[in-house]
Design a protein around this ligand. Sequence first.
Ligand code: MOS
Length: 732
Amino acid sequence: MSDMPFPATPRVDALDKVRGRPIFGADDARPGLLHAALAVATIGKGRITALDTKAASAVPGVRLVLTHETVGTVKSAGFIIGGGYAFQSFQPMLSPAIAHRGQYIALIAADTLEAAIEAAHLVKASYVVEPHSVTLDAPGTETVNQADTPLNNFFPEIHAGDADNAYSDAAVKIEAVFNCPPQHQNPIELIATVAEWQGDKLVIHESTQNAEAIRHGVATALGLEPEQVEVISPFAGGGFGQKNSLQMQTVMAAVAARQTGRPVKLVVPRSSGFHGASFRPASRHHIRLGADKSGKMLAAIHEVDAQTSRRDLFPGEYAATSSRLYGYQSFRGLERLVHTDVQTPGYMRAPFEHPACFAMESCVDELAYELGQDPVALRLANDTTRDTATGRPFSSRHVGECLRRGAERFGWERRSMAPQSMHGDDGTQIGWGVATGTYPGIIVPAIARLKVTDDGRVVISVGGHEMGQGIRTALANAVARKLGVPPERVAAVVGDTRAVPQHLTAGSWGTASAIPTAIDAADAMLKALAELTHGNVAARAPAQILKAAGRPSLEVEAQRKAPGQPDAIFARLRSGLPSIGGPVYGDYVTFSYIAHFVEVRIEPNTRRIRVPRVVSVADCGRVVSPRTAESQVRGGVVWGIGATLREASEVDPRFGGFLNADLAEYVLPVNADIGSIEVEFIDKPDFTFNNAGAKGLGEVSMTGVAAAIANAVFHATGRRLRDLPIRIEHLL
Ligand code: MOS
C-alpha cells in the first residue's frame, strides 16, 4: 500500500488505437462469413398471425430466413435482475408475441449484407394489434410500489426518522416535480455479434461489458454447457450500460450460424439499437425538502415513478442516491414502477444518480434562493460525515473540499446572487450554477493472474472490460509501480472468457475491483521473486531475477471480493451472475463525489443555451490513472451536457416504440457545443475501502451536471426548468 499519487501515464493502447489495430466485435471480415439483417415489428404491441418469407428467401444470396417458426428449441436466457443473463426476460422470435414496436421478428443471413438487407425488407408479417402504452401517463399502464415486489429484498425503501412530520413542521419548504425522459446510450460502436461454431464449440466475438453473461446466457438459451461457449471482447467502442448483459441478437446469430454451418456476422443498425437493447427509462421525481430558517435540512422526501416493461421489474434506486447528498435529519424514499409496452429498460450511465441528483440538487438551489443564502455555503453547511439512510459513517467523503476547490478555481466569489444580474457585452444572459453529485462505491469479486517472463514482459489477466475508459492503463500503472517495471511493458488481458472469469464491468466499480486484485497479484509476485533471490528483490528487475534463476517465466494468482461477501461469491462470479458488493459495508458506507461549477450563456433573441465553461472537482479516492481519469470526467461532463440540453428518446403515443431512432434525430452534443472543461481531483486515498484507495469515477462524473446547468439557467433567466431536456423552446 503506497500513499504516493500515481503518474499521468499516457494511455497504453493509444498508439494502437489511432492506428486502427484493436479488433472490435464487428471487424471480422473473413472469407465465408455470412452477413445478417433483421426484420422488425411495425406495430406497437400484439401478435403475429402470419409470416410470409417467400420473397425474402428468393433474394439471390440468401442462405437463411430465421423466424419463430424455424428457430428450433431455444429458451430465454432470463432477466439479469432475476437471476438470468439478458437485459430482459422476453426473448423475441421464440413465439408470435410482439411486446413493442421495433421488436425483432426475423433474421436473414446472406452472402452479402446488401442481399440480407433487401430480404429483410421483403419479410411480410400480418398482425393482431393490441393497445399499447409507452409513456408514464398513457392509459393502460400499471403501477406497482417497488416495496411490494420481490425487489424489496434488495432495494428497500428508505425510512430515516419521521420525514413526513419533520417536513410538515419545517419553517421553509421546497416542493417540486421533475421529469426525465427516456434516453438511449448510442455507443458509437454499434451492437454487433460474430458467431462461429467450431464443431460443438461456439465462439462469439462481441463488444460487451459482460463477456461472462453472454457466455452463460447463450449456453442457457441453446442448452449448451458454458464450457462450450467462448466470448472474446478485447475492446468495446463505448457501452454506457447498453452492452452490460445479453442482448436479443446474440442468440439468434448463434442459431443462424448453426443452421447454416457458417460464421454469421450481425451488426445491429442504430434504429434497432433503440429497441433491441436496454435504455434509460423515463422517470418522474416528486421532491419535498424542508429546512429551518438557518438552512439546516430537517427532512427530505423523494418519490419516484419510473418506467419498466410489461414483463420485468427494472429496479429504481433513485432515493438511494439523493439520500446520500446531505446530512438530512430525516429522509423518506419511495420508488414506484410503471409497466409500459417497451423493451425492458436498464442501466444507462449514472442510471439513477443522474436523475436523482438533477431533482434534489435543483431543489437545494431553490432552497438557497428561498433563504437568500449562497448555494455553495448552504451545501457546505449541510455536509455530513454520517449517512442519513443507514446511520453509518462514510469511509471517506470529501465533497466539501470539492465544493471549496471548485468555487475557488471557478471564481465563484465574483458571482452576484440575484437572477438576471449578470450579462455579457452583447446582452447575453450569463448564469453561474453549482451542484454536487454522488455515486455508490461498489466492489465486485475478481480473480487476477499475473505472469512475468525473462524477456521483461508482464501480463495481467483480470476480470474487466475495456470500453474506452482506460482499464489497461490503470492496470499497467498499478502493476508497474509494484514490480518496478515501465508501464508500457505491462499488457492486460480483459474481456475474454478464455482467461480468468469476467464479471460485468459497470457501476463504476472497475477500478475498485480489478486494481486491488492486480495489486494483490503483484504482491504475490514480489513474494515469489523474493523466494527466487532469497529475499533480495529490490536489487534487480523481475526479468533479471528470472534469468539469474534460470526460470523462463513465473505466474501467480490472486482473488479478492468486497468486504463482507461470502466465499461463495466466487462461484457466482464463475457462473456469470452479477455479484455486487456495497455501497453499504459492515460498518461503513462508501460513495464518490463531485462538484460542478457551470457557466451558461443565453443568447437574448434565439434563447440558445451555451455552456462555455465548466469546472469539475471529483473525490474518487486515489486516482490510479490520472490521464484517463481526467478524460473520464471530461466525457462525463459532455455526457451530462447532452443529457440536460439535448437527448430524449421521443414517443408518439399513436405508434409506440421510439421514433427518433437514429443519430440525425436523437440529438447529441457535438464538439461545437463544448467549451472549456477544467478537471481537478482531491486524490485522497480511501484505504478503508480497499488497498488501492480507489473508490470509483466513471459515472459520478456526470451526476450533478444537469442540476448545475439548470441552476445556471435559473441564475441567468429567473426561470426554474424542471423537465429535461432543457431546450430553446422552454426559454422563449
Ligand atoms: Mo454502466 S450504466 O453502470 O454499465
